[in-house]
Design a protein around this ligand. Structure first.
Ligand code: ADP
Ligand code: MG
Ligand code: ZN
Length: 610
């Protein structure tokens, strides 16, 4: 319905534009024929001809005289511009020669005048309508371009149960969340069963999880599984230009969903309306508060017999208004974590259903090597791999394609710019330094790959891979991590005598890590078991709005001193390693210059077959 409305309006606009164009064309055409076809005479020439008796009749309009020459020849018409200095001789002369004088009013024909009068208005109104349509489209995501009059209609896109084709089969992992939601699915399928027993089913379920963990997918799959209509709206759509619009949208959507019960309402990105009220952040947005209040009112107003379940999703549960989380509203919470290794493998399986794989078993290895990937990242990975295989005219996707895709997703595309020999050598020693340190650290993750192919912002990479997903880190591990980060720099200094700016990112990471260890994780004996909040850690408020520092200047100085001390200690260890295994460093760097990329196997061979 929204679409046909949109089309109609577009048609009308087109017609209006066409009409205006045609009108302008005709008007200028008339002007052209009226004015520019006669021969232009100078005033004195004109007078001479009057004196010579060649002119019998003239027409005066405004400052011009038009007429034909007396020969009666229609074709030889002329036009004269009368000078603005009054010529007192002209009238007597014309009288004398018995020239017939016609005078025309200076005004345009009434129709033309009328049209000219309304033309600016047509243009202004047209422009206004056009821009308001544009605005509505920008803000509303384009679901219903109702122009300036249609903005309050619900933008909830309606899907019938059967149009939701995804089911829980398409959601891999997330077993706990699915198990929790199965109860809701059963309720939506057989509401009467629950009503008869007087059971109260939760009205609101809040799904929390970082982007790409499958919140939207899970909501849809729940509707698909239960076979009920799915109404969805995104919190960001509510932030419209007129106050009250969001609230009326909410009212509309809930009304429709209740008529259609049993049904599911999905509110995506609820944090954009459900932020703690009255903080004045985002300009004290009245609109948002009204929308939020409307959501709360609607949820409170559900009748017992109405089987409508509201699912909401957010990746910022910490900023939500507590009123949203009260009993009777979003009192059930589901946390969707980033997938662990086994779940990643299942997600890869789901997304490779239609992708011809050479060897299914390689998915396990890929899952192993994609720590920290979300479901959306994995989907993207599969797609990149398939694209790579296709562009190389392969019929099947092989592990190398996944390898390529993974590097592209994590590190960015390969950079084309070539380094000169000196730079390449430096990068090779830098990466060899990281690798060598990593090899000689006791707790460190397995070294998987070293490469000096520039990608994204990096000139080279040293990649390590933890054997299982880690949740927290011991002090030893972290200190060794810092040593490895400093390895590139130390190797450069050892070989070239000076360091380069290429190590700046390593330094930044190492310093951040050290600062956290000292100030947040209580890993410095001198500081003791205290956590000092670091303002940059506030995810939403940022540096300026975060709570004020509540410890002294002295403490701050002490933290700085501890951080520097820790970094120096780690660097000393790195230097020791590099000094001791300098021969290996050279071997690694030379092999890198030759082969650009070394994997786990080749590194082992290189260093052990000495
Ligand atoms: P969110 O809403 O949490 O940001 P989405 O639900 O939009 O994430 O997920 C984006 C895409 O990632 C989905 O369309 C789906 O293809 C994929 N995806 C995410 N999680 C999973 C999962 N558990 N199983 C299968 N696919 C997933
Ligand atoms: Mg989403
Ligand atoms: Zn480095």
């Amino acid at each position: 319905m929204a679409d046909s409305e949109d089309n109609r309006q577009r048609e009308a606009t087109k017609r209006a534009i066409r009409f205006t164009l045609i009108f302008l064309l005709i008007y200028t055409g008339i002007q052209y024929f009226e004015q520019s076809s006669p021969e232009l005479l100078s005033y004195s020439e004109f007078k001479n001809r009057v004196v010579a008796g060649q002119i019998k009749e003239i027409t005066i309009q405004n400052e011009t005289i038009t007429g034909g020459l007396s020969s009666g020849d229609k074709a030889s018409r002329y036009k004269v511009v009368i000078p603005s200095i009054e010529d007192a001789d002209l009238m007597p002369l014309l009288d004398d020669k018995q020239v017939v004088i016609n005078a025309k009013s200076s005004e345009l024909p009434i129709l033309v005048r009328g049209l000219l009068g309304i033309l600016p208005w047509i243009l202004i109104i047209g422009l206004f309508m056009y821009s308001s349509r544009l605005m509505a489209k920008r803000l509303g995501g384009g679901a219903a371009g109702g122009g300036m009059f249609g903005f309050s209609r619900s933008k909830a896109r309606r899907h019938e149960g059967q149009t939701i084709s995804v089911s829980y089969d398409d959601v891999a992992g997330l077993e706990q969340a699915k198990a929790d939601l199965l109860e809701i699915v059963d309720y939506l399928k057989h509401p009467q069963k629950y009503l008869d027993l007087g059971a109260k089913i939760p009205k609101g379920i809040l799904m929390m999880g970082s982007p790409g963990t499958g919140k939207t997918l899970l909501a849809k799959a729940t509707a698909g599984e239960a076979g009920v209509p799915f109404y969805s709206i995104s919190g960001s759509e509510f932030i419209e230009m007129f106050v009250g619009v969001g609230a009326s949208r909410v009212r509309d959507m809930f009304e429709q969903a209740r008529k259609d019960s049993p049904s599911i309402i999905f509110i995506d990105e609820i944090d954009s309306v459900g932020r703690v009220r009255g903080t004045g952040l985002g300009g004290g947005n009245d609109e948002r508060e009204q929308t939020l209040n409307q959501i709360l009112a609607e949820m409170d107003g559900f009748e017992p017999g109405e089987a409508v379940v509201v699912l909401a999703a957010t990746n910022r549960p910490d900023v939500l208004d507590p009123a949203l989380l009260r009993p009777g509203r979003f009192d059930r919470k589901l946390t969707l974590e980033l997938p662990q290794c086994a779940a990643r493998e299942k997600i890869l399986e789901v997304h490779t259903r239609k992708v011809p794989l050479k060897d299914k078993s390689c998915l396990k290895d890929i899952a192993n090597r994609t720590v920290g990937f979300s479901g959306a990242d994995l989907e993207n990975l599969v797609n990149e791999a398939a694209l790579h295989a296709a562009s190389n005219d392969k019929k099947q996707v092989v592990p190398e394609d996944f390898e390529y895709a993974r590097d592209k997703v994590i590190l960015g595309s390969v950079r084309e710019d070539m380094l000169n020999d000196e730079e390449r050598k430096r990068v090779a020693y830098h990466e060899a330094g990281h690798a060598l340190t990593a090899l000689h650290m006791e707790h460190s993750d397995r070294l998987r790959k070293v490469s000096i192919i520039p990608r994204g912002r990096a000139l080279g990479v040293t990649e390590q891979m933890p054997d299982e997903d880690r949740h927290n880190f011991t002090q030893d591990y972290l200190e060794e991590r810092i040593s490895i980060l400093l390895g590139g720099r130390c190797a450069e200094r050892k070989i070239f005598g000076v360091v380069s700016s290429g190590a700046s990112d390593d330094l930044k990471q190492a310093t951040q890590l050290a600062r956290r260890m000292v100030a947040q994780w209580g890993m410095s004996d001198a500081m003791g078991p205290v956590s000092f909040p670091q303002s940059e850690d506030h995810p939403f408020l940022g540096r300026e709005m975060a709570e004020p520092r509540n410890f002294s200047e002295q403490t701050l100085t002490q933290i700085d001193r501890e951080v520097t001390g820790l970094l120096s200690r780690c660097e000393a260890i790195t230097e020791e390693v590099i000094e001791k295994y300098k021969a290996d460093l050279n071997k690694l760097a030379e092999a890198l210059l030759e082969r650009e990329t070394l994997d786990e196997e080749s590194i082992k061979q290189l260093l052990h077959n000495a």
